[in-house]
Design a protein around this ligand. Structure first.
Ligand SMILES: NC(=O)c1ccc[n+]([C@@H]2O[C@H](COP(=O)([O-])OP(=O)(O)OC[C@H]3O[C@@H](n4cnc5c(N)ncnc54)[C@H](O)[C@@H]3O)[C@@H](O)[C@H]2O)c1
Length: 340
């Protein structure tokens, strides 16, 4: 079944998903707020800085006109980075009809309100049916058609299965889930742990350290996520441990890259300048620390990342503090024989 799709945001991920949807046989138009970007994509048929080497089809419409991009679409894909999600949703709202399906594919938590992206979109566009797509999926690899898996989270099975059938392909396998909140928390909180993994790499630490950060990191994420209403299964799945593994291990992750530079001695500002892209983990780090406090959950890695980013703490000292914390059991909920 062919659909008419509007993709909002033409960075790495918006571009890669537009091509995927086009190749699945859908009619796709792509909107960008940036006139120069629209010009470049229209002329060159390639995003030269964000997804080099991946060609856009000649008949894909690229536009700077938001109304045109969102009107009369079967579904919309919101692919702008998280700091711009609310503002973009607000501008779209007047053109959105009742029940319009909008899939958000960005990852982040708003620092001031502590809202997830789907919650922000619902606040700005209450008439929309908001879903999310997330998982271990670097745009560079999806662009090269390397086998990838993702999860669609939606409010109804009907919407989830509809979107699954739209996105799924021979190289892009999509699962469904009713746990939108868990998916969004996993996707945004893993960026904070990725900064920590980058810092560890920058300090010259090894695979043991990386594995420790990944497994203890997902323990932190799940502790908070479950308390907030997310499901434990989600944190053990593709959008939890899966996305955390890819982000902490990959050469493509800008969060890991920024952390690496900080581990090598740069300040947070210098690292952001060098990476030259939105490092969402920096925003999510503050939000995660606030959420941990609000929900009374211990998140030691998140706390140390915040201290390094915002209080100028020496990264090696932060690692020392993690290692020398009070002695703990790995799973506090597991009972010992003979104890109640
Ligand atoms: N890149 C990936 O591999 C990947 C994979 C999965 C999820 N994501 C998520 O998708 C989101 C987008 O990531 P990306 O890699 O495409 O980012 P990006 O930095 O490549 O995107 C930048 C794009 O956002 C748009 N933009 C810039 N300023 C804007 C503004 N003020 N208002 C509206 N739009 C604006 C422009 O089209 C610009 O090219 C992020 O939340 C990211 O976490 C990315």
């Amino acid at each position: 079944m062919m659909a008419n799709v509007g993709v909002l945001g033409a960075g790495s991920w918006g571009t890669a998903l537009s091509i995927l949807l086009y190749e699945n046989g859908h009619q796709v138009s792509v909107w960008s707020i940036d006139k120069a970007e629209v010009e470049m994509l229209t002329q060159k048929r390639e995003h030269e800085t964000k997804l080099p080497g991946v060609k856009l089809p000649e008949d894909m419409v690229i536009t700077n006109d938001l109304k045109e991009a969102v009107t009369d679409r079967d579904f919309l894909v919101l692919a702008v980075p998280s700091p711009f999600t609310r503002a973009t949703a607000k501008s779209m709202s007047p053109y959105i009809k009742e029940g319009q399906i909008i899939v958000d594919v960005a990852k982040g938590i708003e620092e001031t309100t502590l809202m997830t992206l789907s919650q922000q979109i619902e606040e700005e566009i209450p008439q929309a049916d908001v879903a999310v797509l997330s998982g271990p999926s670097h745009a560079e690899e999806v662009g090269r058609k390397l086998p990838t898996t993702c999860v669609i989270g939606a409010k109804t099975r009907k919407t989830a299965e509809y979107l699954q059938s739209m996105f799924i392909s021979r190289v892009f396998r999509v699962y469904t889930s009713p746990d939108i909140l868990g998916i969004e928390l996993g996707g945004s909180l893993k960026n904070v742990i990725a900064l920590a993994a980058g810092i560890a790499d920058g300090l010259g630490y090894g695979d043991n350290t990386k594995a420790a950060l990944i497994t203890r990191g997902i323990a932190e994420i799940a502790r908070l996520g479950v308390k907030m209403g997310g499901k434990i299964e989600t944190f053990t799945g593709l959008t939890g441990i899966g996305d955390l593994i890819v982000t902490c291990a990959s050469v493509h992750s800008r969060n890991r890259k920024a952390g690496f530079l900080i581990g090598q001695g740069r300040t947070m500002e210098q690292a952001m300048e060098e990476v030259k892209m939105v490092v969402e983990g920096v925003y999510s780090a503050k939000a995660a620390a606030k959420l941990a406090k609000e929900y009374g959950v211990s998140m030691p890695i998140v706390d140390q990342v915040n201290a390094v980013l915002f209080e100028g703490k020496n990264p090696a000292e932060a690692v020392d503090e993690l290692m020398l914390r009070e002695h703990k059991s790995e799973h506090a909920s597991l009972p010992w024989p003979g104890e109640a």
